[in-house]
Design a protein around this ligand. Structure first.
Ligand code: SAH
Ligand code: SF4
Ligand code: F3S
Length: 441
């Protein structure tokens, strides 16, 4: 039977969660997950479209898969995710692509696969505003029953002028809180240690029925109280929706991790306005100050990019100064990549030359490394609760895990294993990792 599926995932955590949803949908339809790409009957690539190089990676991956198909003529190849949605039917013109499915069409995958075996090439990129994949418990690879995701919102209504996501994921919708709590219970039954609530703009969650009106702060508190033994994380928050109520909920619930990923994108008001981010530098810094005052040991991270339309050296300097003022523990940094169909592609000139973008990105990374090193060094001597994720890449005698601030810590294993919670005292730090030892106290 041709039923072994290999799923490869690119892009954000939403895609990671979606791949698990897809695995689950296929599992109930009697497909099996292959752990090796070369043993697969069907290869599914879950794609990202956020920057041009994310798509380039997929095209070159398809060239590689062509060589596998040469050896296995019956191999089926499917493209799903954001690039599938953006490019649609045209992707079927690629010689090895058999089917295409957008983010709202995953329930049709068993059908798309059977049709591929009949040599019918189909593309389903219909949006479905009611699709939240509620009730489908994501399927984990073996030994990965530790960290779970629940996508509580899908889609995005913000239309930041540079961003492709509202076009690839459709309008924002929130899952029913009863379904979310049921999924939390299933993760609990399966002894998960950590749970991340996901959404492109997770803190704009809102669901109303006859009994309740549930916003994000009340949802996350409900989740935290239902699963007191689990660590609760959430991503990504939009600064415009980061309320005092949410900050208070994080501060008063011990099992909600003291970490906020709060993408700023730019430190210049002129650029923020062109980006349609709907907040100012001052609003953002005020949010950060309130967070720091109510949760002193908060871990802060961000997404920032340089070289957007109209960005002058002065605007860029304001981004650097904001980074210094906030003192992020970590940041994902990019250079602007124009995306077809967005407001910026239609109405704003991509006027920062490529070499200037590169040079600004380098300066930004250099600064963040310095800040991360300073923040990590300040942790030396402190003790953190760490959830063990696995062996360190470099040595089987070392384990790694994360603090609630989301910092990676490496330490000697001493018979501990994945899923254990240990107290670690930090002895050394680089800009990317903390090093420590288990403390008994
Ligand atoms: N929903 C999240 C992030 C979505 S995309 C949010 O609103 O913060 C992840 C990150 O990619 C963004 O935060 C942004 O920093 C970056 N990004 C998005 N579009 C981009 C583009 N066209 N060029 C460069 N970076 C981009
Ligand atoms: Fe993109 Fe903005 Fe939506 Fe984030 S909030 S996904 S950056 S449009
Ligand atoms: Fe990429 Fe889509 Fe996520 S464009 S960043 S995979 S929502």
């Amino acid at each position: 039977m041709n039923n072994k599926i290999y799923i490869e995932t690119y892009g954000c955590q939403m895609n990671v969660a979606d791949s698990e949803t897809v695995a689950s949908i296929l599992d109930v339809n009697n497909y099996k997950i292959a752990s090796e790409i070369n043993n697969a009957d069907v290869i599914i690539i879950n794609t990202c479209s956020v920057r041009d190089n994310a798509e380039k990676k997929i095209w070159s991956r398809l060239d590689f898969i062509k060589s596998i198909k040469r050896k296995n003529k019956n191999l089926i190849v499917g493209i799903i995710g954001c690039m599938a949605q953006r490019i649609g039917e045209k992707m079927l013109e690629h010689p090895i692509v058999d089917f295409v499915a957008g983010p709202d069409a995953y329930r049709y995958l068993p059908e798309l696969i059977s049709n591929s075996y009949l040599n019918n090439k189909f593309c389903n990129t219909d949006f479905n505003i009611n699709e939240t994949y509620s009730g489908i418990l994501q399927k984990k690879k073996d030994n990965e029953n530790m960290s779970g995701f629940i996508a509580i919102t899908r889609g995005c209504n913000n239309f930041c002028s540079y961003c492709i996501v509202p076009y690839t994921r459709g309008r924002e919708r929130s899952a029913n809180y009863n379904d979310i709590i049921n999924e939390v219970k299933k993760l609990q039954e399966n002894k998960f240690k950590e749970l991340t609530l996901l959404g492109q703009n997770v803190n704009s969650y809102y669901f109303e029925d006859n009994l309740n009106k549930v916003n994000f702060p009340s949802l996350i508190e409900m989740v935290a109280k239902n699963a007191p033994e689990m660590r609760i994380r959430f991503t990504t928050s939009h600064p415009k929706d980061l309320s005092d109520e949410l900050i208070d909920v994080i501060a008063r619930n011990k099992n909600i991790c003291n970490h906020i990923h709060l993408p700023v994108q730019s430190g210049s008001n002129k650029i923020l306005e062109r980006m349609n981010r709907k907040y100012t530098r001052e609003w953002y810094l005020n949010r950060i100050n309130v967070i720091k005052s109510k949760i002193p040991d908060i871990g802060l991270s961000s997404d920032i990019f340089c070289g957007f339309s109209g960005e002058t050296e002065e605007d860029f300097q304001q981004t650097l100064s904001l980074m210094e003022e906030v003192c992020y523990d970590m940041a994902f940094m990019f250079k602007y990549s124009e995306r077809p169909g967005t407001y910026a592609a239609k109405s704003l000139i991509d006027d920062v030359p490529e070499d200037v973008k590169k040079e600004r990105l380098n300066r930004m990374i250099h600064l963040q490394n310095k800040i991360s090193l300073k923040k990590n060094k300040a942790d030396i001597g402190k003790t953190f609760e760490v959830l063990v994720e696995g062996f360190s890449k470099r040595s089987k005698e070392m384990l790694f895990g994360r603090t609630e601030q989301n910092k990676v810590v490496v330490f000697p294993s001493l018979n501990k294993k994945q899923g254990d919670t240990v107290m670690i005292t930090i002895k050394d730090a680089s800009s990317a990792t903390l090093k420590g030892e288990i403390t008994n106290s």
